[in-house]
Write a protein that binds this ligand. Sequence first.
Ligand SMILES: *[C@@H]1O[C@H](CO)[C@@H](O)[C@H](O)[C@H]1NC(C)=O
Ligand SMILES: *[C@@H]1O[C@H](CO)[C@@H](O)[C@H](O)[C@H]1NC(C)=O
Ligand SMILES: *[C@@H]1O[C@H](CO)[C@@H](O)[C@H](O)[C@H]1NC(C)=O
Ligand SMILES: *[C@@H]1O[C@H](CO)[C@@H](O)[C@H](O)[C@H]1NC(C)=O
Ligand SMILES: *[C@@H]1O[C@H](CO)[C@@H](O)[C@H](O)[C@H]1NC(C)=O
Ligand SMILES: *[C@@H]1O[C@H](CO)[C@@H](O)[C@H](O)[C@H]1NC(C)=O
Ligand SMILES: *[C@@H]1O[C@H](CO)[C@@H](O)[C@H](O)[C@H]1NC(C)=O
Ligand SMILES: *[C@@H]1O[C@H](CO)[C@@H](O)[C@H](O)[C@H]1NC(C)=O
Ligand SMILES: *[C@@H]1O[C@H](CO)[C@@H](O)[C@H](O)[C@H]1NC(C)=O
Ligand SMILES: *[C@@H]1O[C@H](CO)[C@@H](O)[C@H](O)[C@H]1NC(C)=O
Ligand SMILES: *[C@@H]1O[C@H](CO)[C@@H](O)[C@H](O)[C@H]1NC(C)=O
Ligand SMILES: *[C@@H]1O[C@H](CO)[C@@H](O)[C@H](O)[C@H]1NC(C)=O
Length: 406
Amino acid sequence: MQRSLGVRLAVLLIAGFSLAKAVEIEVYGKDNKTCIYAVLSVNFTVLYEGNGTMDNATFQLPNSLSSNGSICGNNKSAPLLKMGFGTGHSLSLNFTHSAGIFSGDVLTFTYNTSDAKRFPGAKNTSVKHVAVNSLMESVPLNTIYTCRSAKAVASEAVFMVFWNVSIQAFVENGTISKNESFCKADIPTTAAPITTQTTSTTAPTKSPPEQPAVGNYTVKKGNDSCLLANMGLQLNLTYTDDNQTHVINIDSNSTASGHCGDQDATLVLEDMDTTLQFHFIVEQSKFFLKEVKANISLVINGSTTTLNSSNTSLRYWQASVGSSYMCHKEQRLVVTDQLVINAFNVWVQPFKLKTGTFSRAEECSLDDDSILIPIIVGAALAGLIVIVVIAYVIGRRKSYAGYQTL
Ligand SMILES: *[C@@H]1O[C@H](CO)[C@@H](O)[C@H](O)[C@H]1NC(C)=O
Ligand SMILES: *[C@@H]1O[C@H](CO)[C@@H](O)[C@H](O)[C@H]1NC(C)=O
Ligand SMILES: *[C@@H]1O[C@H](CO)[C@@H](O)[C@H](O)[C@H]1NC(C)=O
Ligand SMILES: *[C@@H]1O[C@H](CO)[C@@H](O)[C@H](O)[C@H]1NC(C)=O
Ligand SMILES: *[C@@H]1O[C@H](CO)[C@@H](O)[C@H](O)[C@H]1NC(C)=O
Ligand SMILES: *[C@@H]1O[C@H](CO)[C@@H](O)[C@H](O)[C@H]1NC(C)=O
Ligand SMILES: *[C@@H]1O[C@H](CO)[C@@H](O)[C@H](O)[C@H]1NC(C)=O
Ligand SMILES: *[C@@H]1O[C@H](CO)[C@@H](O)[C@H](O)[C@H]1NC(C)=O
Ligand SMILES: *[C@@H]1O[C@H](CO)[C@@H](O)[C@H](O)[C@H]1NC(C)=O
Ligand SMILES: *[C@@H]1O[C@H](CO)[C@@H](O)[C@H](O)[C@H]1NC(C)=O
Ligand SMILES: *[C@@H]1O[C@H](CO)[C@@H](O)[C@H](O)[C@H]1NC(C)=O
Ligand SMILES: *[C@@H]1O[C@H](CO)[C@@H](O)[C@H](O)[C@H]1NC(C)=O
């Protein structure tokens, strides 16, 4: 039905994408103008019946969201912001307005316990809904509701924490207001519940992508660590259908698994939406990263798309077997036309670990400030030698000449 309304939907992600980063979402009307705008961060804790015990699932609102099902609203229907994610989860908020003010009405969280990644071992797999009254206070129309403070919303088995929230519904002329209406919690100690204040910039600032957190990943063989990788990873995806780049930081809490062999080793990193596989091999007593496989689900133009990228003939992160490879500088690992991995503070050792720790590190050439110093010292020494030789030759000539005249 929202299709017959001709609503074009799109999701924008605020640059950055680290886990705790706010997610930005926009709903467009049939005239392609923004009618609902929101930025928010949400932590969910959901109590569910696990394998034998009650378990808590904890996750955050991911940066890959679908706005499918959102409605701009008209005389008959209220505007609805629907943020879909994963396999059948969504967070929805509808809005009301009257006499120059608007507010959020009912907040509905729908979750699907069949999602084994978010709800491991769930006994009753089903889709559940919880609804609570309002996330946001009433604020004047044509202002953007802003609440940086954390706000907890609890209902039945679900506990949600919202923070860094900015919401505007009933957006006029597609222009998001510059006037912010702050929530009570953001106002230090004022009697007035809400003040509207003009600021030159709106709450959400599109910062450049934040550097990913460094994860310490370990693969074990029995009780012993056999592969170590400390690194921060960021994916830069170029998706041809929308011709945009999507930058996603890999959760530093991703689960690591893999296998260790004498001649080859694999590291698999998995988080909610991404699986990355790194394959290392040994050749002539050097190891290097030969293969990367990525499986990424991403919401593009409202629908979830899975991107599979792999390259089996790479040669990155090379060092001698028995050493570790280290690189502090940012590296761009080109995997395919679609996928570039930006790697930060890499320290890996896939082979021959001694007592489960890193061996001596071979640093990447990018890092080689250390090589610069010998070069400078060497050049200076060479210069000095030349000067000494010249001085010696001149001195000899002079003394020779002087000897002659005497
Ligand atoms: C809205 O945007 C879509 C794609 O971006 C375009 O095809 C369509 O013509 C636009 N409609 C209007 C009314 O501008
Ligand atoms: C949300 O969860 C993350 C990770 O679990 C945590 O670091 C952060 O402090 C939480 N934020 C709030 C406001 O609870
Ligand atoms: C689940 O989380 C809630 C709220 O944080 C807490 O009160 C409860 O004890 C937790 N239950 C389990 C089984 O971890
Ligand atoms: C909404 O109602 C007003 C009057 O009540 C009417 O003029 C306007 O055309 C209606 N708009 C739509 C989209 O139905
Ligand atoms: C918002 O949605 C709830 C149920 O999802 C509904 O009961 C309520 O009437 C809606 N509010 C408006 C203003 O339409
Ligand atoms: C719930 O999750 C399961 C498994 O991920 C999936 O097969 C199913 O389609 C989901 N249900 C909905 C309503 O999306
Ligand atoms: C449930 O737990 C039992 C024992 O703790 C285990 O054998 C079984 O594999 C578990 N099932 C699932 C689906 O995790
Ligand atoms: C929207 O456009 C109309 C007509 O151009 C104008 O009168 C009105 O002030 C605009 N509203 C905003 C919030 O810019
Ligand atoms: C990861 O390893 C580095 C170096 O060994 C260490 O400094 C850092 O504290 C570790 N981080 C975590 C989260 O364990
Ligand atoms: C992502 O890739 C595009 C195109 O290659 C590039 O312009 C952009 O700077 C990259 N972004 C990051 C954060 O690496
Ligand atoms: C990673 O997991 C640990 C323990 O489960 C938790 O304390 C920490 O907040 C998590 N960090 C992030 C960034 O999610
Ligand atoms: C949006 O959701 C409807 C059902 O609610 C579905 O039929 C449609 O395919 C979805 N569109 C996209 C782009 O996912």
